[in-house]
Design a protein around this ligand. Structure first.
Ligand SMILES: C[S@@+](CC[C@H](N)C(=O)[O-])C[C@H]1O[C@@H](n2cnc3c(N)ncnc32)[C@H](O)[C@@H]1O
Length: 233
């Protein structure tokens, strides 16, 4: 048996959270689909594919996955993701210039040092390929909420009274996150030589209201609770 991973034991809680927060999920899924664009005939790699929840809403026959948590990855396989490695991206050798799109949907938030993993991903992209990073920005209302919950050890605190959504993201997963700001990720990519960027965002409303109705995807990155950076190689 391997080492226990951050998401081991949380696979069903993770999916359930999205299923109960169905409008929030729809907003994130719209962003996910928008930034992937037309994937027909393309080769994709999902780093930290988790349970393949988002992939189950697209044609994932050309999507490979890397996932350290077996609990999560086994579900992704059932959903059609080709999990090529059970492990951390840091420990995987990727082929050079092999993929059209490599994406990290929420997984950068569980990685300490982004430079080596983004560098490795850029190398594995074909020329003109896209590295797509989707995350909760540290500077967003969601980021603040998770960091406050993490430092208090609970969401059930007077500081958070009347501010919390009905069903917040599991505290243990908020607490094990390494929340990065969008600018931090942009700077890492610029240092690695990326010059072409696009940005899209969703979850613009405050967390208390996010699940009231699905949101449209907006351009930019300075307001959203879920932001996509598209970096072109
Ligand atoms: C927030 S979940 C996102 C899962 C999935 N991409 C989704 O959007 O539903 C973060 C995922 O990243 C994975 N992860 C954490 N650290 C990782 C690492 N170093 N390399 C690859 N994946 C990692 C976790 O196991 C978890 O499944």
């Amino acid at each position: 048996m391997g080492t226990k991973q951050k998401f081991d034991g949380y696979a069903s809680q993770y999916d359930e959270w999205f299923m109960k927060n169905d409008n929030l999920f729809t907003s994130e899924l719209r962003l996910f689909k928008k930034v992937l664009g037309d994937i027909t005939g393309k080769k994709l790699l999902s780093v930290g594919c988790g349970s393949g929840l988002f992939e189950s809403y697209i044609d994932c026959s050309n999507v490979e996955g890397i996932e350290p948590s077996e609990d999560m990855g086994k579900i992704a396989e059932k959903r059609g993701v080709n999990v090529i490695k059970y492990g951390m991206i840091e420990d995987v050798d990727l082929p050079e210039a092999a993929y059209d799109i490599i994406y990290f949907n929420g997984s950068s938030s569980y990685m300490e040092d982004l430079t080596p993993v983004y560098e490795k991903s850029l190398r594995a992209l074909k020329e003109g390929g896209k590295l797509i990073l989707l995350d909760v920005p540290k500077e967003s209302a969601f980021g603040f909420m998770y960091l406050l919950g993490k430092s208090l050890g609970t969401y059930d605190h007077e500081y958070l009274k009347d501010t919390m959504p009905e069903l917040p993201y599991p505290l243990a997963l908020a607490a094990s996150g390494v929340w990065h700001s969008t600018e931090e990720k942009i700077n890492v990519l610029k240092d690695l030589g990326v010059t072409r960027f696009d940005f899209y965002q969703t979850l613009i409303k405050n967390p208390l209201y996010t699940n009231e109705e699905p949101e449209e995807v907006a351009e930019g990155y300075k307001s959203g609770g879920y932001v996509a950076i598209i970096a072109e190689k």
